[in-house]
Each structure stands twice: as structure tokens, then as C-alpha cells.
Design a protein around this ligand. Structure first.
Ligand code: ATP
Ligand code: MG
Length: 372
């Protein structure tokens, strides 16, 4: 699928913006703080109803305004569809398909599959476990929405259970057992799916890594589960319940749920050593890139090519890797790249529709020759 056009109203620094995209390569050039990332953020918001930046959602609305609207025309083999997301301060978000108001925001999920690359990807390797869990979750739910249902159910139960622990009232054992059962049911499904996808990702990321570096390095991804999984989901759930019983005293003391996939991590090992602890900055960056490429490959295996959002990443790559990415992106779906310097995109310029971004205005600068 691809996005034919995007219209933003009172979104970030855009008063009104209309962009007609190239079905393949779109490049946004401009100085810092002009609104390049905001365009990618608008696409991401339409895809997921959220921002990829850690922000309070009100910041998405242009200063001094009370509402924003994002609208796009999607196109795939079956035809076209117009989608819109409105967000009003104090009223929340509303989703429209063909101008028709939809009952649930989640109906948009999966319609615009995408993978975003940004310099922050480094934290996938360097940062805390939460980012790696988020990465796995994004890989999983974009492939299969039933995973999102399991994850959301788990998070709901976890929140309620934590609230109960905080209340510090006497715990009714019977009631508590029901909570534990519900938590472990949803939690075991989450653990199982993450375990499976980690194995799958490992193979693809290792291949991506060897293409990126030209070396045959061994990359191992190990899912570190607070409940070790050994095949059947029933066994995992049984083990989950046992661990909850063991942790009961400490949980009541610390007033928080101490067992479950919300505490899991993925260990990244390169040639037998933890990359987080022993990898050089360059190795960490490359592995992060390989992980995102693996996400892209995995998603593309199952559905039509996802959109590729490439925010400020090109400048960080050396010539050889730029060439690799050019070759790689040409096999991918619709692509959106941002950068400050034309120099970093020499190899792309012939193929891309190039836009100049300047203080909340976007102008077409150059039409790519490849009009497929
Ligand atoms: N809610 C908002 N209303 C108006 N302007 C906003 C809002 N939120 C952010 N901005 C403005 O948007 C601009 C930043 O846009 P963006 O992050 O897209 O820049 P960029 O072109 O990607 O820059 P860089 O090259 O530094 O990454 C800033 O000038 C900021 O003040
Ligand atoms: Mg930016």
C-alpha cells in the first residue's frame, strides 16, 4: 500500500499542509526545526493514533489552537480509502473513514503498516528493557492484531492488580486467585508470542548484520523472561502462578506486581558478548539498525511492504552503508526520508520526489525520474 496524499490542519508547526507523495521515494530536506520530523510524525499518528515522541498529546496541536486534523488517501491493490484522525483538546480523538465517524480508534491499526528508523534507535541496544519490549510488541502487533488484544488485556489486569496492591487492604484470597489467574492467562500468551518472534528476528537480524558489515558475526537474541518458557502455554501459566505465589509477600510489601512479561527483556549478544556492555558505539548502532531492518523484513513477509520512515538517519551512515540502504530501500515500499544536507542523499536524488521544508511550509523542489 502507499499514501497518495497527506493533509494536516493545525498539526504542530503546520497551519495547513497538503503533500502529494511519490509512491516510492520521498525526501524532505531543510534546516533544523523547520518541520521535517513533524511530517513523519503525522504519518505515524495516522498509523497508530499516537506519536512516536514521548509527549503529552496536546503538543500535537498547533500552539494557540484547540484541535488538529490529519487526513490521508491510502491506496492499495483493492482501491483507495480516505482516513482522518481528529484530535480536540479536552475531547480526545475521533477516527473517520471516508468522512464517516468510526466507533473505535483501533480500527485504523494495521491499515498503514510502517517501520520508523531514527537516531534514537541506538537506545534499543543501549537503553533500558522497556524499549526492547516496546520493539518486540510493535513487531508483533503490526503482524497480528490478536497480539495487541492479549497485550492490552494483560496491561489492564496488571494496572488493576497494582492498584489493589497499593490499597493495602486485607486481601481476600479467593479474589486474589482470580486476579492471578487472569494475569497469568494473558501474560503467558504475551510471553509465548514474544519468545517465538525473538527466534524469528534473530535469524533475520543476523543476516542483515552481515550485509551491513560484510562480516559473518554471530548475533544472538535471548528473551529474558521472568517465567522461563518451555513449550506449552499451560506450563507457562502454571509456572507464572507458582511465581506469583512465591512473590506474594514481597509484592504486598513493595505494592507492585513483580512477576510477568512487563519485566522481561531481550539480551543482545554479539560473538558471545553482551553488546550493551561490551559493544563499541559503532557496533551498537549497527546492531540497532539490523534490528530495525529485521522488523521491516518480517513485516513485509506477511503483508504488503510497510512504509519506511527514515528520520535523520542517512547522515550517520558511511558511504558503503548509504549504498546498502539505497539498494535495500529500492526493494521496499513507500519511503520517507528526512535530512538537512543534500550531500547525504546524492545517491537518492534521481529517484526521489524532493521537498524543501522551511518554517512550516513544504515546497516541491525536484521530481524523481522514477515514476512507477
Ligand atoms: N504544537 C506546536 N505548535 C507549533 N509549532 C510546534 C509545535 N510543536 C513543535 N513545533 C515546532 O516544530 C518545529 C520542530 O519541527 P521538527 O521536529 O519537525 O523539526 P525538524 O525539521 O525535524 O528539525 P531537525 O532537523 O532539528 O530534526 C520547532 O520549530 C517547534 O517549535
Ligand atoms: Mg527532525
Amino acid at each position: 500500500m502507499h499514501v497518495q496524499w497527506l493533509r494536516c490542519t493545525h498539526f504542530r508547526n503546520y497551519d495547513t499542509l497538503e503533500i502529494l507523495f511519490h509512491p516510492r521515494m520521498n525526501l524532505f530536506l531543510g534546516n533544523n526545526a523547520q518541520g521535517k520530523t513533524n511530517i513523519l510524525e503525522a504519518l505515524y499518528c495516522l498509523s497508530t493514533t499516537r506519536s512516536f515522541r514521548m509527549v503529552s498529546e496536546d503538543e500535537l496541536i498547533q500552539f494557540d489552537q484547540t484541535a488538529m486534523r490529519l487526513e490521508a488517501q491510502l491506496m492499495d491493490d483493492h482501491g483507495s480509502e480516505r482516513v482522518a484522525l481528529e484530535f480536540k483538546k479536552g475531547f480526545g480523538k475521533t477516527l473517520y473513514f471516508e468522512e464517516k465517524k468510526q466507533k473505535r480508534l483501533s480500527l485504523i491499526l494495521g491499515k498503514i503498516p510502517m517501520v520508523i528508523f531514527s537516531p534514537d534507535d541506538l537506545y534499543l541496544v543501549k537503553g533500558g528493557p522497556g524499549l526492547r519490549r516496546k520493539y518486540l510488541d510493535a513487531v508483533l502487533w503490526q503482524r497480528d492484531l490478536s497480539y495487541l488484544a492479549d497485550l492490552q488485556q494483560y496491561e489492564r489486569v496488571l494496572k488493576q492488580r497494582n492498584a489493589l496492591l497499593k490499597k493495602k487492604e486485607t486481601f481476600l484470597e479467593k479474589e486474589w486467585q482470580v486476579w492471578n489467574r487472569t494475569l497469568s492467562q494473558a501474560g503467558s500468551r504475551v510471553i509465548q508470542r514474544r519468545q517465538e518472534v525473538v527466534q524469528h528476528l534473530e535469524r533475520i537480524a543476523e543476516h542483515a548484520l552481515s550485509e551491513l558489515t560484510g562480516n559473518q558475526e554471530q548475533l544472538t537474541l535471548r528473551y529474558l523472561a521472568s517465567i522461563s518458557w518451555n513449550g506449552s502455554i499451560d506450563q507457562t501459566q502454571q509456572l507464572f502462578l507458582e511465581k506469583l505465589t512465591q512473590a506474594q509477600k514481597e509484592e504486598r510489601m513493595r505494592q507492585i506486581t513483580l512477576v510477568g512479561p512487563h519485566r522481561d527483556d531481550v539480551e543482545l549478544i554479539l560473538n558471545g558478548k553482551s553488546i550493551k556492555h561490551f559493544g563499541s558505539q559503532g557496533q551498537q548502532r549497527t546492531v540497532a539498525l539490523a534490528l530495525k531492518l529485521a522488523q521491516l523484513t518480517l513485516l513485509g513477509e506477511q503483508r504488503s511492504h510497510p512504509l519506511v520512515l527514515f528520520d535523520d538517519v542517512m547522515a550517520e551512515l558511511d558511504e558503503q552503508r548509504q549504498a546498502f540502504f539505497l539498494a535495500h530501500l529500492q526493494k521496499q515500499g513507500q519511503t520517507f526520508l528526512t535530512g538537512t544536507s543534500k550531500q547525504d542523499f546524492k545517491k537518492f536524488l534521481g529517484d526521489a520526489r524532493v521537498f524543501k521544508v522551511d518554517a512550516g511550509r513544504v515546497a516541491l523542489e525536484n521530481e524523481g525520474s522514477n515514476k512507477n
